[in-house]
Design a protein around this ligand. Structure first.
Ligand code: UDP
Length: 482
């Protein structure tokens, strides 16, 4: 494996001058652990530029772990001068924003140079608090680099979640960014050297094995959703709350404006569905004769997600708006903007179908949020979506970027009422059983405890075994040998 030293190192770092206004924790006898999410601020507004699933994951996992008895400190980079250095989410869960680089938005491809500052700020924070985190869970490859640096200096258990995999992402990209080689090297290093990789789907584990390395220990623990917020509600009430009509057929997209999300495929598919449904309606003479006053089914496309005109997501939104205009869909399309998780369940509930047309999706939180609300999903047959969406049972999977396949799947869901009723029930049941944040946190908590038990044992006792395999059997055998 390429060593860390050989990965081009960022510029000399500077310690942040500002001190932290932090009080000592109220109850010190909890075990403190650190989650690091360098660029995905867990306290940020979700659904804007580069703020999506990773932010949600870290925040929700952090809060759920705190409920299970941990003291959870979530570290991120301070990216706005007005943002407070500490955000207390609950008594035992907080976001800590470290100064590393400018206090402004920096695209993730340009953040690597500031990571040494992050490492130093993290160490300074630990010293000031008198805390040594025995376990650090890093998120995304840049935080992995930070975790690997920290582990060189103290005995920590390192857990990593990728959120996105360069080896997969760059396959679909014509021109790789300058940072690509560094990213790929760090992603290989963390897989081989972390105490455990948390893959969020079996598909991700397969990708790690086939595209990154055969070495390293991986456990599959999925992402989750807040099933107290995202659950089945009467569709009519949600429509009234949002001002949608009962007879409308609503097709929903939720997510960031990013080309990888494939919104263009959805818009083009929607145009086909509209054409097809209108043609069918006009020829359905029986319906017309029996119900001469039946209104033409109105199709509506609702696109939820924030954007900033000065950033790349703003440009993608403009591009999508232009396609909507070119296809004559302006009257049918609503750009709802950024919607918080307090109101998002209304949108999922009001919709007849939620479409996830991503070219690549490591997990795809939107799929389980929609399903939790009992909304059928039409998604690309890629990545984590293959794991969460069960074809015919909770929705349909179709080839990515295939507009006609999306159109056919959407149309089927809009017209096959009897089957859809079953799909709705199965979708919400699948999420309740498999994807609650509490269930995810219980699995992570169990993993952390096993790893921390392992770290108490003499490292040499593990060398004859698989050093990465923190199974209860290995721990027991090692304990006997020690
Ligand atoms: N989201 C939101 N408001 C919006 C748009 C998106 O809260 O206006 C949330 C959405 O509910 C989901 C997350 O952003 O929890 C997107 O996660 P996903 O894994 O689907 O995609 P990513 O952004 O990680 O690529």
């Amino acid at each position: 494996a390429q060593s860390l030293a050989s990965i081009s190192t960022p510029k000399a770092s500077v310690l942040p001058s500002s001190s932290f206004a932090v009080s000592k924790r109220a109850i010190p006898n909890r075990q403190a652990i650190a989650l690091i999410s360098d660029h995905g601020d867990p306290a940020a507004e979700i659904g804007r530029e580069e703020a999506g699933g990773q932010n949600v994951y870290v925040r929700q996992v952090g809060e759920a772990l705190a409920k299970l008895g941990w003291q959870v400190d979530m570290f991120t980079r301070k990216s706005h001068p007005d943002d407070p250095a500490i955000v207390q989410h609950s008594l035992h869960c907080r976001t800590i924003r470290l100064q590393a680089g400018p206090e402004s938005f920096v695209p993730r491809d340009q953040l690597f140079q500031y990571l040494p500052e992050f490492v130093e700020a993290f160490q300074k924070f630990q010293a000031k608090e008198g805390t040594n985190y025995p376990l650090i869970h890093t998120n995304y490859w840049m935080s992995a680099w930070i975790g690997l640096q920290l582990r060189q200096q103290s005995n920590i258990q390192l857990v990593h979640t990728y959120h996105s995999l360069g080896a997969v992402k760059y396959r679909a990209v014509a021109e790789k960014p300058a940072i690509a080689e560094t990213r790929l090297a760090v992603e290989k290093q963390i897989l081989e050297q972390a105490n455990c990789i948390v893959a969020t789907s079996p598909q991700e584990k397969e990708h790690l094995r086939s595209l990154v390395s055969q070495q390293g220990y991986i456990e599959v623990i999925p992402c989750g959703t807040d099933i107290d917020k995202f659950h089945v509600m009467p569709q009519s009430e949600a429509r009234v709350a949002l001002g949608f009509q009962p007879h409308e057929k609503i097709v929903l997209y939720v997510g960031r404006f990013d080309r990888r999300k494939g919104i263009e495929t959805l818009v083009r598919a929607f145009a086909q569905v509209k054409q097809q449904l209108e043609a069918n309606w006009a020829t359905d003479l029986d319906t017309l004769i029996l119900n001469p006053s039946l209104p033409l089914p109105t199709l509506r496309l609702v696109i939820v997600g924030g954007s900033d005109p000065a950033q790349s997501d703003g440009q993608e939104r403009q591009r999508i708006e232009q396609i909507v205009r070119d296809l004559g869909l302006t009257d049918q399309t609503l750009f709802a903007g950024q919607i918080g998780h307090d109101r998002l369940p209304l949108y999922y509930t009001a919709a007849d179908v939620c479409v996830i047309p991503s070219h690549y999706e490591p997990f795809g939180l939107v799929a389980i949020e929609a399903m939790a609300c009992g909304t059928p999903v039409v998604a690309s047959d890629v990545g984590g979506l293959k794991f969460t969406v069960v074809p015919e049972e909770t929705g349909l999977l179709v080839p990515p970027q295939d507009g006609t396949a999306f159109a056919n799947a959407i149309e089927r869901i809009l017209t096959d009422d009897i089957w859809v009723r079953k799909v709705r029930r199965q979708a919400s049941a699948r999420v309740q059983q498999n994807f609650s944040w509490t269930g995810v946190a219980v699995q992570l908590s169990d993993l952390y405890r096993r790893l921390m038990a392992q770290s108490l044992l003499a490292p040499s006792a593990f060398t004859a075994l698989d050093p990465m395999a923190a199974t209860p059997e290995n721990i027991a055998t090692a304990a006997v040998r020690a």
